[in-house]
Structures are given as C-alpha cells and as structure tokens.
Design a protein around this ligand. Structure first.
Ligand code: CDP
Ligand code: CDP
Length: 204
C-alpha cells in the first residue's frame, strides 16, 4: 500500500531537509521535484526550448553540476510557469508517489496538483529574510561569490513568480498543515514534521 507525504513551500523554507528526515524516519523514498525543474532550466541555458527540454530529461540530468546555482533556480522558475513543461513532468512524479515503500515528494504543487490525495500534506514556510539567509550561507559554503541582498532579491522574485502563475501556483492545499520554521532549529522542525507524519500513520 502506498503512503504519500507532500511537502510544499517557498524557496529555502527547509522542504528538502524535512523531506530527507521524514524519508529516513519511515523508510520512504524521496523525490526533490525542484530538481526536475532545475534540470529543465539547465537545458534551457544550453539553448533548448523549455517544453522540449522537460520532455527530454534523463536521470543523468539530475546529477549535473550547477543545479543548485541561482541561475538554474531562476531559469527553473521561468520554465515552471509554462503549462507544457509542467505537463511533461507530471507522470514521472505521480508514478514516484505510488512507490509501495512510501514516498515523500517536495516542491510547490505536490499537495495541490501532483498528489491531491496524499495522506500527509505539509506546507513549510519561513520569513523571506530568514530563508534568504539560509540560502546565502548554503551558496557561500558551496563557493559561490554572492551578496545577501542579491539572494534575498532572487528569492523574492522567484516566490512572486511561483505564486502568481496561472498553472499550479504555489499555495497551501486546503488540508495542508502549515509549519513555519522561522524560529525553529532544524532539530525542532524535523521533530515536528516526523510527529505529524507519525500521527497520520496510526490513523485507520
Ligand atoms: O528544500 P528547500 O529549498 O526548501 O530548503 P533546504 O534545502 O531544506 O534548506 C535550506 C537551508 O536552510 C539548508 O542549508 C538547511 O540546512 C537550512 N535550514 C535551517 O537552517 N533551518 C531549518 N529549520 C531548515 C533548513
Ligand atoms: O530549493 P528551492 O526551494 O529554492 O527551489 P526548488 O524546489 O529546487 O525549485 C526551483 C523552482 O522550480 C521553483 O522556484 C519553482 O519555480 C519550480 N518548481 C515548481 O514549479 N514545482 C515544483 N513542484 C518544484 C519546483
């Protein structure tokens, strides 16, 4: 029997961190769906048309260098507003969600579009300055030369584009539990996410 956990939220909210923790705690498989859009964005940077890029993705695209860069993120968000791009990536995500071992998917539209029937939906968020600070530190640790103000502006621009698009805009599903991690440590946020999933696991 499949069991799906949908984790959505804006940039650098902690979706991946919580997804990996939940997957580890329950033995579920994890898919970072943002990587599909980032890999599409990288192919657009290579010169491909966005829809053709999404349709042509292969597993090795998800391991390319530069996927975590701000340039790939911005290009991902532009491509993600195109309905044909989203349609090309849909079946892979839905199949993944039906894994018999259980699945955690994190992204923007998992609880609203990809897995509206998910057993657990979390909407992870935090104040923009805090998310930008986290992403800034992550990028700097990875060797990128960037400024906090640049990262904050990028995060805000991407969130606005993701929330305002017509197809699968970023918003909490009606039945999502909202988890604001602004004032939580990673350990606290993780404990809360694991507890929410555990409480649903026990329900008949
Ligand atoms: O997947 P998403 O972009 O939402 O965020 P992430 O990659 O899980 O987290 C972004 C950064 O924030 C990472 O460096 C995390 O270690 C950090 N983080 C944090 O400082 N506090 C949290 N409660 C969650 C994540
Ligand atoms: O890690 P972070 O939250 O910064 O970004 P990401 O999850 O890797 O997603 C990069 C971009 O892909 C987002 O800004 C969205 O435009 C798009 N995306 C989406 O539209 N739908 C998803 N399910 C996942 C990502």
């Amino acid at each position: 029997m499949s069991f799906t956990v949908a984790i959505d939220g804006p940039a650098a909210a902690g979706k991946g961190t919580l997804s990996r923790a939940v997957a580890g705690a329950f033995g579920f498989r994890h898919l970072d769906t943002g990587l599909l859009y980032r890999a599409t964005g990288m192919r657009v940077l290579d010169g491909l048309d966005p829809v053709a890029a999404a349709e042509a993705l292969v597993p090795s695209d998800l391991e390319r260098e530069g996927l975590r860069s701000a340039e790939a993120a911005a290009e991902a968000s532009r491509a993600a507003a195109i309905p044909g791009v989203r349609a090309a990536l849909l079946a892979f995500q839905r199949d993944f969600a039906r894994d018999p071992d259980g699945a955690v998917l994190d992204g923007r539209d998992i609880g609203t579009v990809i897995c509206p029937e998910a057993e657990v939906k979390l909407f992870v968020t935090a104040r923009a300055e805090i998310r930008a600070r986290r992403r800034f530190e992550e990028l700097r640790a990875g060797g990128a030369e960037t400024q906090f103000e640049t990262v904050l502006a990028d995060v805000r621009e991407r969130d606005a584009r993701d929330m305002d698009r017509a197809d699968a805009p970023l918003r909490p599903a009606k039945d999502a539990v909202v988890l604001d991690t602004s004032d939580l440590t990673i350990a606290e946020a993780t404990a809360r996410a694991v507890q929410i999933v555990a409480s649903r696991r026990r329900m008949p």
